[in-house]
Design a protein around this ligand. Sequence first.
Ligand code: PMP
Length: 432
Amino acid sequence: LTKSQELLDRRKNVVANGVGVFNTATVKHAKGAIITDADGNELIDFAGGIGVVNAGHCPEPVVDAIREQAGKYLHTSFNVVTYEPYIQLCEELAEILPHGEKTKVMLVSTGAEAVENAIKIARQATKKSAILCFTGAYHGRTMMAMTLTSKVSYKYDCGPFAPEVYRLPFPNFYRYSGTKTLDEFVDDELKRLHESALNLVDVTELAAIIIEPIQGEGGFNPAPQRYLEGLRSFCDEHGIMLIMDEVQSGFCRTGHWASWQHYGVQPDISTYAKSMGSGLPIAAVVGKADIMDAAASGSIGGTYIGSPICCVAASATIKYMKDINLNERAVEVGNIISTRLNNLKKDCPEIGDVRGIGAMIGIEFVKNGDPRQPNSEVCGPIVKGCAEHGLIVLSAGTYKNVLRILSPLVITNEQLNKGLTILENEIIKAIS
Ligand code: PMP
């Protein structure tokens, strides 16, 4: 029995089954883009802890900042005793993610918590309750976040869900455009949005629309530019808060701090987590100051909001990302990935689409080259085959027919190309 197998057996024996196993890899230590498993094997990491280590595993300045802070104080609760690391991180976030003329920030611990708080703030700011979300959306597993999440298999027997949540189809151009041009498709989807005021929910009751500009768990689906612009105007017209969930797409993944900066469409409120803290549980709700200030004192918060250890880890991550110009690197990494996968696609009709922005690249598998016939059978064997050959990779999508690459962006070209070769080999094996 290998040490990894032993660990997985112990896990099975004591950890609740509902805690899913997406990959059989184990870890003893990790650095950059490499995970060393319990048996000493080196694995190339294309999963990045589900998009958490854009700056790599254990970046030295981040580890140093954590160590230094640990020697000073671990916890006071920011509600009770004010500490500088929280304020400094908020200042840094307001600077790199400006929302209008003045930006304010709230820190929490997880992506789901950021979403929960964004909804509470939007409701208090508008004094309205209804929320509009999208098919294919993933916003977390707490009750409001889970209600907003689309995929049914995340929610079996977990209801009743939160009321006053409405859902529109996500404008998934690849899957649903059929013979329409992008312009025709977007026109129709915007028409659907405007009609929702007649046939889905009273628009005067709508507090917020929440969207991932590029869906993560839903399969790396980028919203069309003009659709996001249309959402912005719809929200402005009706006094609705536009919330963008950047938990997976933020912090350099798309070559920007947030993917909305790529689109040039500014939200009223946005949410961040994952790569912001290089692995420590830290998340943020960022928004226009007057909207953020609409939440009544004491109505948002919690014992562990913005733990000082996590705040210094996030500040050090942001500084490191700036120092090594990680946004630029994301574009290079994305180009290498999409060039190689698009080459492979030429010979593989089973690969329906290679898409994404910056280094947020997904590969969608379909049957008969038809976007409406997702192929759910290949990603499982590819993920398994890659794991056996030293590459950790994750699937995504409503039909589990998309492979997504969330490697650390500090990955070297050599490691990246080696990983892509393993991936390509496993794709070819799985489809032939
Ligand atoms: N929003 C998005 C877009 C996400 O991808 C995720 C996590 N996959 C979440 C929210 C929830 O974040 P967390 O798991 O930290 O609660």
